[in-house]
Write a protein that binds this ligand. Sequence first.
Ligand code: KIV
Length: 277
Amino acid sequence: MKNTVATVREAKGHEKLVMLTAYDYSVARIMDKAGVNALLVGDSLGMVMLGYPDTLSVTMDDMVRHCAAVARGAQKALVVCDMPYMSCHISPAETVRNAGRLVAEGHAQAVKLEGGADFVADIRALVRASIPVMGHLGLTPQSVNAFGGFKVQGKTKEDAQRLLDDARAVEAAGAFALTLECVPAPLAERITRELAIPVIGIGAGAACDGQVLVWQDMAGLGDRQVPRFVKGFGKLGECLFDAVSTYAREVRNGIFPGPDQCYPLPESLDEVIRQLK
Ligand code: KIV
């Protein structure tokens, strides 16, 4: 069954939602085949694909290109694309124009936007333009400088109240789902209970309606320090290292390519080759 914003919304209370980031065609195909509900073309691509220290340098062109690649690989998963830094901060009109590019050129089926009550006008404008919106609250990485680092959010009474109010505002503005990042589990549980739309957690405990992780963290690819909330479900980095090391050894020792990897010549042409000048 094809996942849509409607099926994602209807899953609340019945079925846990599975979301992973994806940034390219071949990985999207594998995840789609494995049955994830939604593929998030996250602006985390700036960090895990492009090597930036944060997400702030990611451009609209980066997102359009990667989203289109993911969309070509996704048959059943819902494709959600992040609105990068400064693409939704100027005015609702500019937000709609940029989101429209993600849909028309990147073939996203929904966009994700970081921020709460301050972004209600943008969310409303997107919904009016028939562009489904996933909200994103808690540790919103585009606010890393304002937060003073990648830190757990909602740890004081005031912050927790603000997060709950923001979640209500995002839902009331018409978002079909909410990503909640790096907040204490009891607060995430309260927000999940309070909202009628699904809450997809990352570092927000088990009570959320679904979970999302950056795929390289989930699969154990890369050597960056992963946050506490990540669980490694594979050792892709080690597998790739072993494969590359074996390949290099075989090339250097003349083992690869072997007879199986070479194209033979019809016997009748052997003599012709020998006689070439
Ligand atoms: O950009 C991203 O990958 C995200 C997830 C961490 C939720 O926003």
